[in-house]
Design a protein around this ligand. Structure first.
Ligand code: BJ8
Length: 422
């Protein structure tokens, strides 16, 4: 048994099922990522992190825990990482994008539950996720009904804490959200045993903003024509931002952007300038959910933006760094997170405005709206998104799918037909 296997055994993973999962993941990654040509040298770091996603990164978490740090897992970009970092904790994203564990999940969840929820519940019940097993606290949130109710069940298996997320954006909703941020601060302090100070929070805000700025820079550079990096690679970078050490990640993305900048400077692209530019909009694509981007980019188009929580919804807004006192910094955090335009809000007109603006800025020829099957908030909002984009003369393809591979051929036919008519 190698070192990682003994670590996974200590974490009580199902070793055989876990080995099978890693094998499938490796093959999938090879087909979708390593088959690309003209990748940036900077992607080697991301390939390495992904290859060690259940290895070295988990070892780092275990070593940090042995040194007294606490690990806090999340499923939603509403959970303010700044507070966890300010209390010397480590925050990791737990959303899962794989089908493994679905059978176990369906024993306790209705079959008509979205794949993302089934995936995280299935990973826990099947003992497949070393991140969940490393967590001292798992933070849920009252966004969609499916997640809200799933956390009640999840709490039977893991230490769950739920944040209440408002559903509207009136003054009373901001008050509720502020109270929730303060309640979360207390809980983080209790779990970590560390008090959050003004200087600690200032530094945490700086660290998380720096990561957002690095990803914003990446998004600006990828928008060049010809397109200098594939949508798949940018999605992977965004996915890894939820797992990796924030400062190391920011430095590596900075290096990758330097390389990208010189590529853009010399007019080098990964596809010809005539290749139709598309944008994805909708549900988050958690690692290793690469199905749709792969289909799109092997159908003669290139993805230049993701309007999603694993994309610009998570990186667009910064926390105001001008605040000096702890109270003012907490207010700045409250305000920044209230700007998230998740489809769980009503009304949610700012999302439509952002999508139209983004499609214009990125000069896309069309938008693919992506909702996971049984995700009511995003599937319903697709109607308004389509209407807003069509009013600007932009074609939209609406897709509902899950993590299964059964519909790949059917999706490919639809995407190819869409790309052809652009
Ligand atoms: S802020 S998008 S990360 S809630 S796909 S579980 S909505 S039924 S993920 Fe999300 Fe936070 Fe919103 Fe972003 Fe429910 Fe839909 Fe499933 Fe979803």
């Amino acid at each position: 048994m190698n070192d990682y296997e003994s670590m996974w055994e200590r974490l009580n993973l199902d070793l055989d099922a876990h080995a099978a999962l890693l094998e499938v993941l490796g093959k999938f990654y090879g087909d979708i990522y390593m088959s690309q040509t003209g990748r940036l040298k900077g992607m080697e770091y991301l390939d390495f992190v992904l290859s060690e996603v259940h290895g070295l990164r988990i070892k780092e978490l275990q070593d940090a825990k042995a040194g007294g740090k606490k690990v806090i897992g999340t499923f939603c970009v509403f959970v303010p990482e700044e507070l966890v970092l300010a209390a010397s904790g480590i925050q990791v994203g737990l959303c899962a994008g794989a089908e493994a564990g679905r059978g176990e999940a369906e024993k306790i969840l209705p079959r008509n539950t979205c794949a993302l929820i089934k995936s995280f519940v299935g990973f826990k019940l099947s003992r497949l996720c070393p991140y969940i097993e490393s967590c001292d606290l798992v933070v849920g949130e009252t966004t969609c009904d499916g997640k809200k109710k799933a956390y009640e069940m999840f709490a039977e298996y893991a230490p769950v804490y739920v944040m209440e997320i408002p559903q509207m954006k009136n003054r009373c909703d901001r008050e509720l959200w502020k109270a929730e941020v303060l309640r979360f601060k207390d809980r983080v302090e209790e779990v970590t045993g560390n008090r959050i100070t003004a200087s600690g929070l200032k530094e945490a805000i700086r660290i998380v903003n720096a990561r957002r700025r690095a990803l914003q820079r990446l998004n600006r550079l990828r928008a060049a024509a010809p397109v200098p990096i594939s949508g798949r690679d940018v999605l992977l970078i965004n996915q890894i931002s939820f797992y990796d050490d924030p400062q190391r990640f920011t430095a590596k993305v900075g290096e990758l952007c330097d390389e990208l900048e010189s590529r853009v400077g010399t007019g080098q692209g990964i596809v010809s300038e005539e290749t139709p530019r598309l944008m994805l909009s909708g549900c988050p694509m958690a690692v290793p959910n690469w199905k749709l981007p792969y289909i799109v980019e092997s159908s003669g188009a290139v993805i230049v933006g993701e309007e999603s929580c694993i994309g610009t919804r998570n990186t667009r807004d910064l926390v105001d760094e001008g605040a000096g006192t702890l109270e003012a910094m907490l207010d700045a955090i409250v305000d920044r997170y209230m700007r998230i335009d998740c489809a769980c809000f009503t009304p949610n007109t700012e999302r439509l405005e952002h999508i139209v603006q983004m499609a214009g800025d990125l000069r896309v020829r069309g938008v693919i709206h992506y909702a996971l099957s049984f995700c009511q908030p995003y599937a319903m909002e697709a109607y308004k998104v389509e209407k807003a984009l069509k009013a600007k003369g932009l074609p939209v393809l609406t897709i509902e799918t899950d993590y299964g591979m059964e519909d790949v051929e059917q999706l490919k036919t639809r995407v190819e037909a869409f790309v052809e008519m652009l």
